[in-house]
Unconditional design. Structure first.
Length: 265
């Protein structure tokens, strides 16, 4: 049996897909890109070929991620514009220094660096608490932070407010998959949504009260409960695919008992 040919999407098909994903009409896109709606229509049907600058402008207006901008350029017959280097590449030395300083500076509290698919890139020493007692299969490279957080044998088995945390984590991942077009995120969402937790009613979650500010992670740690919330930071104005997909998640104590426990550790 012969090999099955895989058809690559044309520039017009990719452009239409991104425009529809962003829920933008041809007319609205044309106005923002300062071209005619007729030209957008011709580009999508293949009756017109875009210039390199037009591809860049349309991708910018549609907020297409850098990785997919390269795909648009390639489909239009141009070389990719945005490089993709390994995190350990010499060219990213200043980025690594920034990450190392942020991670070290956040101790004694946990902090991690993840890529676009929530795979672990780096972590500080305090983040080791998330790995304690976790089966080896969950720690095989690449370690996925979301899988580690919600898997029944990972943090999911230690979260005292699992239903609440799960209800707040899953929808953003689904939206990320839809807006980024990244199949890895779609697969990750399906996996996380399929987890079952015997004895846990996932339909019962805490109803926020007037004094609530953030949804905490309430983690059972021996005979104590650690309560934390998180913040996420990204690099501004990235021109490298790898850098554009990095995010730094820092964990903060929600109460003095948790803060004291980390300081003692």
């Amino acid at each position: 049996m012969g090999a099955v040919a895989v058809r690559n999407e044309t520039f017009g098909e990719l452009l239409r897909s991104w425009r529809q994903r962003r829920r933008v009409s041809q007319l609205d896109l044309a106005i923002e890109a300062e071209v005619s709606a007729r030209h957008i229509s011709f580009l999508e049907t293949g009756r017109a070929r875009p210039s390199r600058e037009m591809v860049r402008r349309l991708a910018e207006e549609l907020e297409v991620p850098l990785r997919q901008r390269n795909a648009l350029l390639t489909a239009a017959g141009f070389a990719p514009m945005y490089p993709e280097r390994e995190v350990r590449a010499p060219e990213l030395g200043v980025v690594r220094q920034a990450l190392d300083r942020i991670l070290a500076g956040h101790e004694p509290y946990p902090a991690v660096v993840v890529d676009a698919a929530w795979n672990l890139v780096a972590a500080n020493a305090a983040a080791a608490m998330f790995m304690d007692g976790v089966p080896a299969e969950l720690l095989r490279e690449p370690v996925n932070v979301m899988r580690l957080s919600l898997h029944p044998q990972g943090m999911g088995g230690r979260l005292l407010n699992l239903a609440e945390v799960r209800a707040h984590l899953l929808p953003p991942i689904r939206r990320q998959a839809e807006t980024s077009g990244d199949p890895r995120l779609a697969e990750l969402y399906e996996e996380l949504a399929s987890y079952t937790y015997p004895g846990v009613d996932l339909n019962v979650a805490h109803v926020p009260g007037p004094a609530d500010i953030l949804v905490p992670l309430r983690i059972a740690d021996g005979d104590r409960v650690l309560s934390m919330f998180t913040t996420i930071a990204t690099f501004g104005t990235p021109l490298d695919v790898t850098v554009s997909e990095l995010a730094i998640e820092t964990f903060w104590p929600s109460d003095e008992e948790t803060a004291a426990a980390f300081r003692r550790a």
